[in-house]
Design a protein around this ligand. Structure first.
Ligand SMILES: [Zn+2]
Length: 330
């Protein structure tokens, strides 16, 4: 087998969470939006900021909110020399546990200090508000040293009634960006796929053919070196009808996703089925790939637009995954 190309691609994995806040954190965020900081009184009288729904010692439900100061004391801290893109500040800053005046439990936030040498345990810090608070912890842009020059003008509290709704949910998406490099066997498979060839690999020990190949046989633990060209006819091993729309997916439900075993292969892969009556799709059904025009082929299984039913007899369940490369005669 010839040397594979190294294939690498940037990926973004995202979870677009909307989190419900519950009434207590919702109240905290609603007050933040009005540039106020509130805590909650625990059963022993301590004031907890941010507020907790239940007492940390007795588990009793808590409800007595207390407004606390916007100035506090650094209880502990660590200096971030090289902020990352996800950090709240672009210049070096300190993460600090800050005990606000009137609170008994410190909360974490960032302190914008000019240098690490300016930070100290016991230092007084004050909240710097975002220009347009949204009801999120970042409404406090940062804290700054209270004995230094104010970075922002002190904002007068408007007395007007805030008629916006109480916050009950927050958008909290999480993204993971990474570079995926295909291994030797998947890279070889994808290079062949770009030419319109479905290339599996055969185990020298048990003779099972894997497609897409992983480079080794999971059953025998040996490398799979022999490449096997496979036809684009397959059998439905299992399937599901997707009824829920998937964000950013151009395919509109309901549609069929199936585990398909190519003729000559012994394991299945997942692909889309179309040109079929969804309710009539069944295990053992014979299908064939519908390829995109050759000019659109890339290093992807998307070169196959979908699989569509073939007018061939069904494969008995016991025979699925055991069809020879030559195909199914029925
Ligand atoms: Zn094997």
């Amino acid at each position: 087998m010839s040397q594979s190309e190294v294939l690498s691609q940037a990926f973004e994995l995202g979870f677009t969470y909307t989190r419900s806040t519950g009434p207590v954190v919702g109240r905290f965020l609603t007050e933040l939006r009005a540039r106020k900081l509130v805590g909650i009184k625990a059963s022993d009288g301590r004031v907890i900021v941010p507020p907790m729904e239940y007492d940390p010692d007795t588990a009793e439900a808590l409800s007595e909110f207390v407004e606390v100061g916007q100035v506090g004391e650094v209880v502990s801290w660590c200096w971030v020399k090289e902020p990352r893109s996800a950090h709240p500040l672009e210049q070096p800053f300190a993460w600090a546990m800050i005990k606000l005046d009137g609170a008994d439990i410190p909360m974490i936030h960032c302190v914008a200090a000019a240098a690490e040498s300016e930070m100290a345990t016991g230092a007084r810090v004050r909240a710097v508000w975002a220009d347009e608070p949204q009801g999120f912890i970042t409404d406090i842009r940062c804290f700054e040293l209270a004995d230094g020059p104010a970075a922002s003008a002190v904002i007068e509290q408007p007395e007007a009634v805030d008629e916006r709704e109480v916050i009950t949910a927050v958008e909290a998406p999480i993204y993971l960006n990474y570079n995926f490099t295909a291994g030797k066997a998947p890279a070889r498979f994808l290079s062949q796929l770009k030419k319109g060839i479905l290339a599996g690999q055969r185990c020298p020990s048990c003779s099972n053919v894997y497609v897409p190949p992983r480079g080794s046989c999971a059953a025998c633990g040996v490398a799979t070196e022999q490449e096997v060209e496979l036809p684009d006819k397959a059998t439905v091993e299992s399937f599901t009808i997707v009824a829920i729309p998937i964000p950013n997916n151009p395919i509109k439900p309901p549609f069929v996703i199936a585990n398909l075993v190519l003729d000559g292969a012994n394991i299945s892969f997942i692909h889309l089925m179309s040109e079929c009556v969804n309710d009539e799709v069944h295990i053992g059904q014979r299908v064939q790939a519908l390829w995109k025009p050759e000019s659109e082929w890339g290093y992807t299984m998307d070169n196959i637009r979908y699989f569509k039913p073939l007018q061939e007899p069904d494969v008995p369940v016991a025979m699925i995954g055991k069809i020879p490369v030559e195909g199914w005669e029925g």
